[in-house]
Unconditional design. Structure first.
Length: 226
């Protein structure tokens, strides 16, 4: 497996007035294509900041973020948004579904934004993804008509919309009970077996233990990478 993501000497400093908070302190990490990786550590350690650097949601203060040979830390915002939509799917802890849109409409959104294919093709792909996550019978349900686990499944279907190589999960099971958490992980594992690179932040030791590799972050440093 070749290196898909390379992070070199990554630093992130947040400034509020005269105060500085060093969230990341010279981190070096690589992720190979097709890996299943958990990032763990206490609150405020820098876990989510790393994900924000990989997705380009935030920019590093110093350092390099290279994905499939593209320096995303150097891309202008308009090109970065297009690149992210094509290459990365993001699953958030709080689902972030549009409450007035059906499961099908939510799952179509990234394709709509990217103008991928015809409406018919986008609809077909969204139905395919919702069926993959076990929601083929809930296409027309609003988020309020779905359980927490079902809403997270819609979020995963949405993350798969543009068939990205990389799926990023920021506490993707944080709002789910243990049974639903286990179901979510099985779904992520299924996607990993299809060749997707899966990187997720979690506070769950049980969930972290199921990854192929676990990276521990403490006070902005990598303290374990096994």
């Amino acid at each position: 497996m070749s290196n898909q993501i390379q992070i070199q000497q990554l630093e992130k400093v947040y400034r509020t007035g005269k105060l500085e908070f060093h969230a990341l302190k010279g981190i070096d990490l690589t992720f190979k294509k097709g890996e299943l990786v958990a990032i763990v550590g206490p609150s405020g350690s820098g876990k989510s900041t790393i994900l924000n650097m990989i997705t380009g949601i935030d920019r590093p203060t110093k350092g390099i973020v290279s994905i499939n040979g593209v320096r995303i830390d150097k891309l202008p915002e308009d090109k970065l948004a297009k690149w992210r939509g094509k290459n990365i799917g993001i699953v958030f802890q709080f689902f972030q579904l549009f409450p007035t849109l059906t499961a099908l409409e939510n799952a179509m959104l990234p394709m709509d934004f990217a103008h991928h294919g015809s409406y018919k093709e986008r609809r077909r792909k969204a139905i395919e993804n919702l069926t993959l996550v076990g929601l083929g019978d809930k296409l027309n349900n609003l988020p309020s008509e779905l359980s927490g686990g079902e809403q997270q499944r819609v979020a995963i279907a949405r993350a798969l919309a543009n068939d990205p190589d990389i799926i990023i999960g920021d506490e993707p099971t944080g709002n789910l009970d243990s049974k639903t958490e286990a179901q979510m992980f099985e779904l992520l594992k299924k996607l990993n077996k299809r060749g997707k690179t899966i990187i997720y932040v979690t506070h769950s030791q049980a969930l972290a233990a199921k990854a192929n590799r676990r990276i521990m972050i403490l006070d902005g440093h990598v303290v374990n990478n096994t």
